[in-house]
Design a protein around this ligand. Structure first.
Ligand code: GCO
Length: 435
């Protein structure tokens, strides 16, 4: 690996990221059913109908996994907490075993000198809340605040940083417009409502954590650089629409209290009435902003209804996800986020990494990380306040509708024996972090 820790400012943080449903083993420890269990049980949604029931069995192997993080020399670990593990019905009765699990996780990190960075929601909505309309129902902002209160009353005193919701675009658009993630809805009105409610719930969660005295609270959004498939005016306008609903909508809401004009043009009629009244909650100040970045998309105009566009295949080398490798995108987004939205607030790359076909000799992943870290370095030299970088992911894990085939881990998992085997990228990174 070309990168070394000493290329970065002294207080720059390196970390790894995971999420609850993707690694824990949802069948264990008294967790309640989630809409991902339902989505996966519906034929055609997930490769081989795989689900997170066992996943990496992190629930029983937490200590081994925390030792792997420590062995890397990581400063910080970004994990998520499962709502249904803490509140099996989404509301009401608390599963003490779930709270105990996250309590042990936080203490296990601190004992190893690793900062705990929590994300409260990484996509596994309790099924009873999905029955009640899930993200389409405005009440979710209150349900989420209640979950926040229960969870953070127990662990918030030892959390180094917290973010309410991982990737609002995935929660809303990917799951309610494209239908590719749970709950698998394809409905423009549902999507618009989810887009607004996910921001409202972000705000109520931040307010709840502030109320508990917690500090270092942020937002984590995902980004894909939007590239016009041709130079035509129609393709460039389509690209601007894609950029607006994908990359700018959530930052605009959180940092400016407004929604981009290109989005309002297509969706305003579908937003809940009086949505503007929620903007003061949505803009509750945060302390940092996190960017998840993997790829770019090439966008062409179509004659279909709004947003009247499609993705077309691009020419760049691709990962096992068929995602083009475009490191410049992360640099572009870091600059744009600071310039247009977050100003002097610290930025974190909260996820970056690749799915590789190459087993434990994953030089392609090492190259991918080097290329993206070069861009982060360049942004820092330009004065962008980037404070840390997390690799997705520590372990090979449940890649949602793609099941267990897509391997993002620095550590290989044999999904029969559940044996962990650090890959070349793990060893390269651990050496880089000592240099
Ligand atoms: C993401 C997710 C992860 C995915 C990863 C690769 O935030 O998109 O946090 O759950 O596994 O991005 O697709």
């Amino acid at each position: 690996m070309k990168t070394k820790r000493s290329d970065f400012p002294e207080d720059f943080l390196f970390g790894v990221a995971t999420s609850s449903y993707q690694i824990e083993g949802h069948a264990f420890g008294g967790a309640g059913r989630t809409h991902w269990d339902d989505f996966a049980a519906t034929p055609g949604n997930v490769v081989r109908a795989e689900n997170g029931a066992r996943a990496c069995d992190h629930f029983h192997r937490m200590d081994e996994d925390l030792d792997l993080i420590a062995g890397l020399g990581a400063d910080v670990y970004r994990f998520s907490t499962s709502w249904a593990r803490v509140l099996p019905e989404g509301r009401g009765a608390v599963n003490q075993e779930g709270l105990d699990f996250y309590d042990r996780l936080v203490d296990g990190l601190l004992a190893r000198g690793i900062k705990p960075a929590a994300t409260l929601y990484h996509w596994e909505l309790p099924s009873p809340l999905a029955d009640a309309g899930g993200w389409r129902n405005r009440d979710i902002a209150g349900w989420f605040a209640d979950f926040t209160e229960v969870l953070m009353t127990r662990i918030g005193d030892r959390i180094w940083s917290a973010a309410p919701i991982n990737e609002p675009w995935c929660v809303a658009w990917l799951s309610h417009f494209m239908g590719l993630h749970a709950p698998g809805v394809r409905d423009i009105r549902a999507a618009a409502r989810a887009m607004h409610h996910v921001l409202l719930a972000h705000g109520t969660c931040i307010q709840t954590m502030r109320g508990l005295g917690m500090k270092n609270l942020g937002a984590v959004c995902n980004f894909e650089w939007a590239n016009p498939a041709s130079d035509s005016e129609a393709d460039r306008a389509a690209t601007a629409r894609y950029d607006a609903y994908y990359n700018r909508f959530y930052l605009s809401g959180i940092f400016k209290g407004e929604y981009p004009a290109e989005v309002l043009a297509g969706l305003e009629q579908h937003f809940p009435t009086n949505w503007q009244d929620d903007l003061p909650t949505i803009t509750t100040p945060v302390d940092w902003c996190g960017l998840n970045y993997y790829t770019r998309k090439n966008i062409a105009a179509t004659d279909a209804p709004w947003p009247s566009l499609e993705e077309v295949e691009g020419p760049l080398p691709k990962t096992a996800m068929e995602w083009e490798i475009y490191p410049e995108g992360i640099g572009n987004f870091l600059r744009r986020t600071a310039d247009d939205y977050s100003g002097d607030l610290p930025l974190f790359v909260t996820e970056n990494g690749m799915a590789s076909h190459s087993g434990t000799e994953d030089q392609d992943r090492i190259d991918y990380l080097d290329a993206h870290l070069d861009q982060v370095k360049a942004a820092i030299s330009d004065g962008v306040p980037v404070a840390g970088y997390y690799i997705w992911s520590l372990l090979d894990n449940y890649e949602w509708s793609l099941g267990y085939d897509k391997r993002f881990g620095l550590v290989h998992i044999d999904f029969d024996s559940l044996q962990r085997a650090p890959k070349a990228s793990y060893h390269a990174l651990s050496a880089a972090l000592t240099r």
